[in-house]
Design a binder for this molecule. Structure first.
Ligand code: PLP
Length: 280
């Protein structure tokens, strides 16, 4: 019998195109050798070009999914993606408290403050930003915003590395344990530098900027690979370095899909062994 692997929970929306959202999270968890659990928050009608409709899951059902898997199966780390509404955010916060997820509890909690798709389609109601700040930031072990999300949450428009540091400090002042300010959207920078801040020290995580438009799901993949590493028992600085390597290689392995933006792909992780083609 195979021993039970570590478990990671994603609290996230579904992308019918299979590129981002919970589909990216589960693929990443699998590639990172952890069992993935899901609390679905919303179903998006989405392809490589746009999000054309969203159906939200009732907040009580979102909370019940979290509690039912955490109490039976057990969770070693959790993350959030698309949360859609203030009502869902409030239900997630209460459910996390009940099962020990977040800064007050024993289970590390990565909050990816998803606000919009890369095409600009909204994935969070405007009036839910305050709930994200007040309910989830104080519970977050780590927040992982991109620069658009930083501007919405802190009002800081990041144009250079100094602004990136100011943003990291502002995010921790909002209550997050640590912040990872992703620099991918700083397009003038020849490198793609993410900044990790633990409340005391700054660590820059550089990677070469890649010339590809296929980056759908990169934010989700970064947050879920960090979450998987935490579930496997790494400490936060090691998990963040692992996530940076994981997402960089996934962007390198991205592929075109449909007429628009293709997904980053963790399949490089599995390319060595197709279990049905090799072995007994
Ligand atoms: N769709 C869903 C359900 C998501 O959760 C996300 C990101 O978290 C996206 C789309 C957007 O991904 P991207 O910004 O990479 O297009």
């Amino acid at each position: 019998m195979t021993p039970t692997p570590p478990r990671a929970l994603t609290i996230a929306g579904s992308d019918s195109g299979g590129g981002a959202g919970l589909q990216a999270d589960l693929r990443t968890f699998f590639a990172c050798r952890v069992h993935g659990l899901v609390a679905v928050t919303a179903v998006t009608v989405q392809n490589s070009l746009a999000v054309s409709a969203v159906a939200e899951i009732p907040a009580g059902i979102v909370a019940a999914q979290i509690e039912t898997v955490a109490t039976d199966i057990g969770v070693q780390a959790a993350k959030t993606g698309m949360l859609a509404s203030a009502e869902i955010i409030e239900a997630v916060a209460k459910a996390c408290d009940r099962v020990d997820i977040g800064q007050g509890g024993r289970i590390p909690f990565v909050v990816d403050p998803v606000a919009a798709s890369m095409h600009g389609d909204p994935l969070l109601h405007k009036d839910a930003l305050q709930a994200l700040r007040s309910e989830l930031f104080p519970r977050a072990t780590l927040v992982t915003p991109n620069l658009d999300e930083v501007a919405l949450l802190t009002g800081i428009g990041v144009r250079n590395r100094a602004d990136q540091r100011d943003a990291a400090v502002a995010l921790v002042e909002l209550g997050a344990g640590c912040a990872l300010v992703k620099g991918g959207h700083m397009r003038d920078d020849p490198e793609c530098v993410d900044l990790f801040y633990d409340g005391r020290t700054f660590t820059e995580l550089p990677a070469a900027r890649m010339d590809t438009k296929h980056t759908h799901g990169s934010g989700d993949t970064m947050a879920s690979s960090i979450t998987a590493a935490l579930a496997r028992g790494m400490d936060l600085p090691a998990a963040v370095r692992y996530g940076k390597r994981f997402v960089t290689r996934s962007v390198r392995a991205a592929y075109p899909l449909g007429a628009g933006v293709g997904p980053v792909s963790p399949m490089w992780r599995l390319a060595q062994e197709d279990p049905a083609e090799s072995g007994p």
